[in-house]
Write a protein that binds this ligand. Structure first.
Ligand code: IPM
Ligand code: MG
Length: 356
């Protein structure tokens, strides 16, 4: 089974090492042989080839079963034109693979309750929200441009969705809701945006096929507020590309640290792209400080969605829980009375817990 590793920039390589460590351990335990191939993406690809997404990387990914991606970006490349920035490589690979559905679970481990910025009574028994973000459409991929000069200089990015794009993500949202708490919240800005009005219409139509799922609609500004006021009300959220980008960071922080959040990006053919939702954090790159748990849980999602290894995925989640129970913490989730460990040791601890 071929797995592509795209370490990328900043802490990307640090956490990719830990992701691979977990895959190796799981492979041994379940007697499955993974074959790895490394590809260039982001700033590192710009430095080596002049382009953030070399053709070779696309080919390699298309020819694989699953892809693990570290993180891309950094100050060094911030002055490049938009289409040559590291982020363009990330958007490009998502588009090239057709992975339109981005699953971003925001799960609060009970052990980390006090690391959340919210009060314990707001968090209740814990949080488990699945954010489903549309990933290959909307304003990220609409027409964009810049023209004119002086005070007349203007720039634009077009938010555009087709019915087909909304339908497929809506179906995915209802199916996921069906497999969990049967509640779907569709988030838009239909009081202002035409694209959101189409979104809402189509989601309502698709809902007719899922009568067993409770659907509600929420404006994005209200949703941002509700996530802080009463996060317990959410089960599955489905939303467009840019609202999903913003709300998943917000929901992520409710769980204590962005360093804890994995993601899976899926399309209609079987290739899945797995990445932590945090960024490349260049300031701590190579310092053995990054929290590898988001990456490790992204591997768990890979085992579940692409490799058909449910049992192994559960092992990984259980191992992470056990290591947290034992009091081990990376600096981002460190609290008094706990034991602080670095990236590598955290990876070792989880690996060990998997085979125990
Ligand atoms: C994310 C990131 C990316 C996005 C950036 C790095 C292009 O913020 O995956 O959430 O906006 O999609
Ligand atoms: Mg983001």
């Amino acid at each position: 089974m071929k797995i592509v590793l795209l370490p990328g920039d900043g802490i990307g390589p640090d956490i990719t090492v830990q992701a691979k460590k977990i895959l190796d351990i799981v492979g041994d335990k379940y007697d499955r042989k993974f074959q790895y191939e490394y590809g260039l993406l982001g700033g590192v690809a710009i430095d080596k080839t002049g382009h953030p997404l070399p053709d070779e990387t696309v080919e390699m990914c298309k020819d694989s079963k699953a892809i693990f991606l570290g993180a891309v970006g950094g100050d060094k490349w911030d002055t490049l034109p938009g289409h040559l920035r590291p982020e363009a490589g990330l958007l490009g690979i998502r588009k090239a693979l057709g992975v339109y559905a981005n699953l971003r679970p925001a799960i609060l481990f009970p052990q980390l309750k006090s690391a959340s910025t919210l009060k314990e009574e707001v968090l209740g028994d814990g949080l488990n929200i699945m954010i489903l973000r549309e990933l290959t459409g909307g304003i990220y991929f609409g027409d964009k441009g810049r023209e004119g000069q002086g005070m007349e200089e203007s720039a634009w990015d077009v938010e555009i969705y087709t019915r087909a794009e909304i339908e497929r993500i809506a179906h995915m949202g209802f199916k996921i809701a069906r497999s969990r708490g049967r509640k779907l919240t569709s988030i838009d800005k239909a009081n202002v945006l035409e694209s959101s009005r189409l979104w809402r219409t189509v989601v309502k139509e698709v809902a007719k096929e899922y009568k067993d799922v409770e659907l509600n609609h929420m404006y994005v500004d209200n949703a941002a507020m509700q996530l802080l006021r009463n996060p317990q009300q959410f089960d599955v959220i489905v939303t467009n590309n840019i609202f999903g980008d913003i709300l998943s960071d917000e929901a992520g922080m409710l769980t204590g640290s962005l360093g804890m959040l994995p993601s899976a990006s899926l399309g209609d053919d079987n290739i899945g792209l797995y990445e932590p939702i945090h960024g490349s954090a260049p300031d701590i790159a190579g310092k053995d400080m990054a929290n590898p748990l988001a990456s490790i849980m992204s591997v768990a999602m890979m085992l579940e969605y692409s490799l058909d290894m449910q049992k192994a995925a559960e092992d990984v989640y259980t191992a992470v829980g056990n290591v947290l129970d034992e009091g081990y913490r990376t600096v981002d989730i460190m609290e008094e009375g706990k034991t602080q460990v670095g990236t590598n040791q955290m990876g070792d601890l989880v690996a060990k817990a998997i085979v125990q």
